[in-house]
Design a protein around this ligand. Structure first.
Ligand code: ATP
Ligand code: MG
Length: 359
């Protein structure tokens, strides 16, 4: 039986961080053998909040860095397709088709959109930003994916994708699209180093996958912990405390973590020790990623080739899906009928030795 498919990806807005890893990347790496994977470099999605020439000029290099992060994490281009969204034009056509299957009030209820507008300092919602999750539905359904590993902020987008897939299939009486499932990461939303709800590049509260050991240490030592704990002999709060959330996610030494937690709760350990052990655990986790990254960085042109090859594969898939979808809709028949007739007429005219029409 053919393998089921995964589609997920990221906007090329900069380097990836620990939040991306626990939210989505870890699942991607884990499921590479079980699923046929498509990873999208969603550059068109960046236009929704960053449409300037200067922003666009950064996309190619951002995409390369992002793919290096993928490879560093263990994504294997021999198994998985990595492609550039803006080079697969069919996504725009599918997006337009899907736009007819969703209402504006429904899009207004997608919680992440207003959040994105706010963080991009946009007082009014651009049409394209409102349509962000519709374009994402087109991304997911173009390779007809069954599973979408993403972080919590993307859950509502996959829900909308499911609605669109069902709507399309029932409206046009054909099972063209699977109704994809969402898969949240082990930590659906990783907190930032400053204690803000979400680690995010734009908030400057992120530990990057390619940060060096010194940088990680510096970021960890200045992390937000329990604000009420002004001295280390005061019992601290473990639950919801970012340093322990990170320990839980990245420190494989369960005994050490349990010991730190119980001493913290009793006021028997200083923040410094908790943080030093966290920095050590994080660096141990990141070291193999750094090594892999460096090895790939040494191979000039390799990343571009990966994106190039992946995009060719995705283009072929996209054509197949769009053909099936427009056929089910009867849309492709419109041009087919007209063009067939026109070609027949032209042939007849040529056979009669006539010139153009009207003669
Ligand atoms: P940032 O907000 O840091 O700029 P982003 O949200 O723009 O990153 P996206 O391209 O929107 O990055 O998201 C890529 C994937 O990573 C999505 O599946 C998203 O849910 C996930 N993700 C991003 N940040 C986090 C986080 N802090 N915790 C868990 N998952 C996250
Ligand atoms: Mg985001």
């Amino acid at each position: 039986m053919a393998k089921k498919r995964i589609l997920t990806g990221d906007r090329p807005t900069g380097l990836l961080h620990l939040g991306h890893y626990v939210g989505s990347l870890a699942n991607r790496v884990r499921l590479q053998d079980e699923y046929e994977c498509f990873f999208i470099i969603a550059d068109l999605h960046t236009l929704t909040t960053k449409p300037s020439r200067e922003d666009i000029a950064c996309l190619a290099d951002n995409a390369r860095h992002m793919v290096l992060d993928y490879l560093a994490c263990g994504i294997d281009p021999a198994k998985s397709v990595i492609y550039l969204q803006s080079a697969v034009h069919e996504v725009c056509e599918l997006d337009l088709i899907f736009e007819m299957l969703v209402t504006v009030p429904r899009l207004n209820r997608v919680p992440s959109i207003k959040e994105m507008a706010r963080s991009a300092n946009l007082s009014e919602l651009p049409f394209g930003l409102l349509g962000y999750p519709v374009l994402q539905a087109a991304d997911i359904l173009l390779p007809r994916a069954h599973l979408v590993p993403v972080g919590k902020d993307n859950e509502s987008h996959v829900e909308l994708t499911r609605e669109i897939a069902r709507r399309f299939n029932s409206m046009y009486g054909a099972e063209i699209f699977p109704v994809p499932d969402v898969m949240l990461g082990e930590v659906p939303t990783l907190v930032g180093t400053d204690g803000a709800a979400k680690m995010s590049k734009s908030l400057g509260n992120a530990i990057m996958l390619c940060d060096d050991a010194k940088t990680v240490e510096k970021k960890v030592m200045s992390m937000y912990t329990d604000p009420n704990r002004v001295r280390s002999d005061i019992p601290g709060r473990v639950k919801g405390n970012p340093v322990f959330i990170y320990h839980d996610s990245f420190n494989p030494d369960r005994d050490e973590v349990d010991d730190l937690k119980s001493r913290y709760a009793k006021g028997k350990v200083g923040d410094v020790e908790v943080k030093q052990k966290l920095a050590k655990a994080l660096n141990a986790f990141l070291e193999p990623l750094r090594e892999r990254r460096a090895a790939y960085e040494g191979r000039r042109g390799y990343v571009d080739e990966i994106i190039y090859d992946g995009t060719q594969i995705m283009r072929a898939e996209a054509r197949k899906t769009l053909e099936a979808a427009t056929k089910a809709m009867g849309l492709s028949a419109v041009w087919n009928r007209i063009s067939r007739k026109a070609e027949e007429t032209k042939k007849k005219q040529a056979a009669a030795g006539g010139g153009g029409s009207g003669e």
